[in-house]
Ligand binder design. Structure first.
Ligand code: SF4
Length: 387
């Protein structure tokens, strides 16, 4: 199979077909970015070949040449059918979005045209009655508008797309295999016109290139114009090894003055993180822009309030509060309280008199949890969102 790239030449794709043992991955706790307990990777490796992709780092064990080789889990649908069938499960599914995308391979990269695993997975998700959250950088997802509409009407679908910025020239350097930002925005606009909630994942912003006030504001402004429901923001990680080496080669060629500046913010960190000072600077910049445009910085509550169990709802709201306070430069106990709740086996509603016995839960957090149990929301959270 071959694909034509942005630079106009045809590239051969090396695909390897494998039989997977499992497809559905259950997270240790609900993911409050995606409002999801479950995710899946239908492909390993990604020919979109984004320069900053951390799928390239050794820790993910993606074999072959990242960007050129793709492993296709050819039996994925058969396995997924077994995994999604509630009759075969010993413990019931936790209600939340099933996440399709992210990880180490875009679900709508070019091989999807041939194998259609994402389309078939969506049909199963519809058949078994689950809500879905899609994350992709490809406009190929438009092909599946019909099935996403059906899921949305019955259970809800969210379509998200990631951007490092909305600047076409920068995108051509760092995201050589995906459609330009304007096409991705247009694609989100078309889902919005079908009544499907959509979001922008403005991540990773690339240090000293797409992290400027002007480019962050440009992205949030476009998101507002398209009517997106939220923008989720994040900085870049750069792990030592393949990911950093590949990134630096491209950086040196296109921005020869920048490697020195990168050395200052990417010091030895196991997870490839930049310094706290750098992340807090870009977070603050994003925060004030998002507030200016009244753009939600997390998935809005109305998209999942009726879906989650009470413990998960409390975890998500507390984590969102913690995040928004972090954007404001404040620390809080709410993230720790959320973690304690995520470990519980019993429903929070049965512990109303003993919430403060949970680690991280003091009187203020107790009040917030009781309000969530009573109303499905928190007035403190809603105040914070108004900014
Ligand atoms: S689309 Fe996502 S998974 Fe694919 S190369 Fe780009 S960042 Fe990596």
């Amino acid at each position: 199979m071959s694909i034509s790239t942005k630079k106009g030449y045809i590239r051969e794709l090396n695909t390897r077909e494998i039989e997977a043992k499992s497809i559905l991955r259950k997270y240790k706790k609900i993911d409050s970015w995606f409002i999801s307990h479950y995710g899946m990777n239908l492909y390993r490796g990604c020919t979109h070949n984004c320069v900053y992709c951390d799928g390239r780092s050794e820790g993910y064990y993606v074999d072959g040449e990242f960007g050129e080789d793709v492993v296709v889990k050819v039996n994925a649908i058969e396995v997924l059918r077994r995994e999604l069938d509630p009759k075969r499960k010993r413990t019931p599914f936790k209600r939340s979005f099933i996440m399709v995308g992210g990880g180490v391979g875009d679900s709508y990269q070019p091989v999807e045209e041939k194998y259609q695993l994402s389309r078939k997975a969506l049909k199963l998700i519809y058949e078994y009655n689950f809500p879905v959250h899609m994350l992709t950088k490809s406009t190929l997802i438009k092909r599946d508008t019909d099935i996403l509409k059906q899921i949305n009407e019955r259970n809800r679908a969210v379509v998200s797309c990631s951007f490092s910025s909305v600047n076409e020239k920068i995108s051509a350097v760092f995201e050589p295999g995906v459609p330009p930002p304007d096409e991705r925005l247009k694609m989100l606009g078309s889902f919005k016109s079908e009544g499907i909630a959509c979001g922008m994942f403005l991540l990773p912003v690339i240090p000293f290139i797409t992290d400027t006030q002007e480019l962050i504001e440009g992205a949030v402004r476009k998101a507002t114009e398209v009517g997106l429901d939220f923008v989720i923001f994040g900085g870049m990680t750069l792990k030592d090894g393949r990911q950093k080496d590949y990134f630096f080669n491209v950086l040196k060629k296109n921005y020869p003055e920048l490697p020195v500046k990168y050395q200052n913010i990417y010091r030895a960190s196991k997870w490839g993180e930049a310094t706290v000072k750098y992340y807090s600077l870009i977070n603050q910049a994003f925060n004030s822009i998002a507030k200016k445009y009244k753009m939600p910085r997390r998935i809005p509550l109305e998209l999942y309030r009726d879906m989650l169990g009470e413990n998960d709802l409390a975890v998500v709201i507390l984590e969102h509060i913690d995040y928004i306070l972090m954007l404001e430069g404040k620390t809080s106990p709410f993230g720790y309280a959320a973690y304690s709740i995520s470990r519980l086996k019993e429903p929070l509603g049965t512990m109303k008199g003993s919430l403060t016995e949970l680690k991280g839960v003091g009187r203020t957090t107790e009040k917030i949890i009781l309000e969530i149990l009573e109303t499905g929301s928190s007035s403190y959270y809603e105040e914070l969102l108004k900014g």
